[in-house]
Structures are given as C-alpha cells and as structure tokens.
Write a protein that binds this ligand. Sequence first.
Ligand SMILES: Cc1cc2nc3c(=O)[nH]c(=O)nc-3n(C[C@H](O)[C@H](O)[C@H](O)COP(=O)(O)OP(=O)(O)OC[C@H]3O[C@@H](n4cnc5c(N)ncnc54)[C@H](O)[C@@H]3O)c2cc1C
Ligand SMILES: NC(=O)c1ccc[n+]([C@@H]2O[C@H](COP(=O)([O-])OP(=O)(O)OC[C@H]3O[C@@H](n4cnc5c(N)ncnc54)[C@H](OP(=O)(O)O)[C@@H]3O)[C@@H](O)[C@H]2O)c1
Length: 273
Amino acid sequence: MTSNDTSIKEPLTETKALTVEKVLSVKHWNEHLFSFTITRPDSFRFRSGEFVMIGLPGENGKPILRAYSVASPSYAEELEFLSIKVPDGPLTSKLQKIQPGDQVYLGRKPTGTLVTDAMLPGKRLFLLSTGTGLAPFLSIIRDPDIYDMFDKIVLVHSVRRVSDLAFRETLESRLEGDPLVEDEAKEQFAYVPTVTREEFHTRGRIHQLIDDGTIFQDTMFNRKYFDPETDRIMLCGSMAMIRDFEAYFEKLGFIEGSNSSPGQFVIERAFVD
Ligand SMILES: Cc1cc2nc3c(=O)[nH]c(=O)nc-3n(C[C@H](O)[C@H](O)[C@H](O)COP(=O)(O)OP(=O)(O)OC[C@H]3O[C@@H](n4cnc5c(N)ncnc54)[C@H](O)[C@@H]3O)c2cc1C
Ligand SMILES: NC(=O)c1ccc[n+]([C@@H]2O[C@H](COP(=O)([O-])OP(=O)(O)OC[C@H]3O[C@@H](n4cnc5c(N)ncnc54)[C@H](OP(=O)(O)O)[C@@H]3O)[C@@H](O)[C@H]2O)c1
C-alpha cells in the first residue's frame, strides 16, 4: 500500500497549535461544495464571524492547513464549516473525502475581522457574500447579540448556480426552529439569494441588486441607498468582489473597521485570487 492510500488512517497527534477533532457529519451540496461538522473542544471559544485553521496530514506527515470561517453559532456544541472542493487543491482534494469518524486538525486560535467588535453601532446590517463567503454569516445570523445591536439584518448570497445556494432552506425559513433567535429572525432577518449563471427568481451580481433596489426591499426603512450613519456592512467572498466593494463603500464615505478601531464596514477575504 502507498502513503496515498485513503484506507490508511493513522491517528493524528495534537500539537501546541492544533487539536485533533472527530468528523461528525458531512453534507455534499454539489460537486464543488460541501459542509461538515466536527467535535468542539471545551477550550475552543470564538466570536461569531471568526475563522480558524483546519487541516489534514500531508504526504510528509506535516499538516496541510487552511483558513476556514466557522459557520456554526458560538453556542453550538459542534463546529460546522462550509467548504469549496478545489479539484487539485492541496487540502480540499483530500478534505472532500472525509467521513464521519475521521480525524481533522483544528487550530487552537480563532481570529478575524468579521466581528461586531470591529463595527460601530448601527440600524441596518448588510452581510454581502459570494460563494463560500456565506460561511461566517451563518454564524453571525444565529448570534442573539446581533438582533439587539441592529433593527434589520440582510444576508445577500451571490452564487453561480442554484445548487450553490447552501443552507438555502434554513435561510428561506428565516431560521425557523433556531433555539435562540427564531422569534427575532422572523421579524428582523432577510435572506436575498441571487444566482448569476442559471435561471432563478433573483438574478445578477450584488451590485445589480443594489442598483435595482432588491436588497433594500425588506429593510423596514423606505431608503433604497446606503447611509454611513446608520448602515453597517460585512463583506466576505472572492478577492475581486471584495476589492470592488471596498472601493464602492469608501466612495460612499464608509470607513473600514478593525478590532482596534471599529468602523462602518468590515471585510474578510474568504479566498485569494
Ligand atoms: C480568512 C479566510 C477564510 C476562509 N474561509 C473559507 C471557508 O469558510 N470555506 C472555504 O471553502 N474556504 C475558505 N477559505 C479558503 C481556504 O483557506 C482554502 O483556500 C480552501 O480550503 C482551498 O484549499 P486547497 O488547499 O484545496 O486549495 P488552495 O491552494 O488553498 O486554493 C487553490 C485555489 O482555489 C481557489 N479557492 C480556494 N478557496 C476557495 C473558495 N473558498 N472559494 C472559491 N475558490 C477558492 C482559489 O483560486 C485558490 O487559488 C478561507 C480563506 C481565508 C484566507
Ligand atoms: N460554482 C460552480 O458552479 C463552479 C463551476 C465550475 C468551477 N467552479 C470553481 O470554483 C471556484 C469558485 O467558484 P464560485 O462559484 O464559488 O465563486 P465565484 O466565481 O467567485 O462566484 C460566486 C459569485 O460571485 C459573483 N462574483 C464574482 N466576481 C464578482 C465581483 N467582482 N463582484 C461581485 N460579484 C462577483 C459571481 O458572479 P458571476 O457568475 O457573474 O461571475 C457569482 O455569483 C471557481 O474559481 C471555479 O474554478 C465553480
């Protein structure tokens, strides 16, 4: 047998930076996208919106680690992640094959800027995502604090194909059955999915939905434009989308926030290119 044989599953060893966790469930959304849950160590604390390193052993035994946004809420007993499948990607070509019972590495130190600590208080919160950029927002929208901080939370998810709309049913139901935020979400949460390369009820990139007013439809205020006084923005997705929106919001007078200096919009590059 060769070292590539996936039937060989040597137990992983914890390190100073990494714990070893067990895969609990895996869901494949389509041939490009899957999500999985793993055990959560008691010591693992994170703020909604943060990311952490996830990994598997490489050929030489050294872990292959990549950044992943935590998709589960901070109160959940398990940790959930949403992942791309890059056909020849060093990590995801292997990670996409994990099954319940397998082991993965988990970084001990979550971090990130897509957190409410990096934002000034406001009234409307817009979470703008493309592709797997949805992941941190799945955590944020289930954080009870967010419903105290904002009157309205609008999650926009732009994808190429309808089957890329991961967690669509949960989001369309406005988080029905959520143990903590079900009632708040019914009133305050809006989900705006958009598909750019297939037929769907809402089509076009996020810019288009801003221009035609679609993303403001459900926001209680009759204001179909962004206002730096009351609107707060979180951006997560491809580099190109982030770059475009960074320039867009700065032109509107929004100031980027960080953990040490809260602002009116915050970003995380969910993948680089
Ligand atoms: C802060 C941060 C948070 C991240 N969170 C997530 C997450 O929650 N889910 C997730 O799937 N990935 C996330 N990523 C990307 C992730 O770290 C890896 O790049 C991804 O898992 C692919 O790993 P790989 O080793 O297979 O390929 P890599 O060598 O890392 O990537 C190969 C190429 O695949 C493309 N690519 C990589 N990741 C993505 C992606 N997510 N969507 C579209 N194209 C991609 C890019 O073109 C990249 O150059 C995040 C990255 C950063 C920096
Ligand atoms: N999802 C798929 O069906 C699919 C199929 C084949 C390969 N892949 C591979 O998977 C990788 C990731 O694909 P993905 O679909 O997750 O991510 P993606 O290509 O970034 O597309 C996700 C969404 O972001 C939009 N978008 C892209 N650039 C933008 C920008 N500058 N501003 C605003 N919106 C922007 C896309 O619209 P547009 O459609 O208009 O670009 C799409 O709606 C790709 O590199 C590709 O190699 C994916």
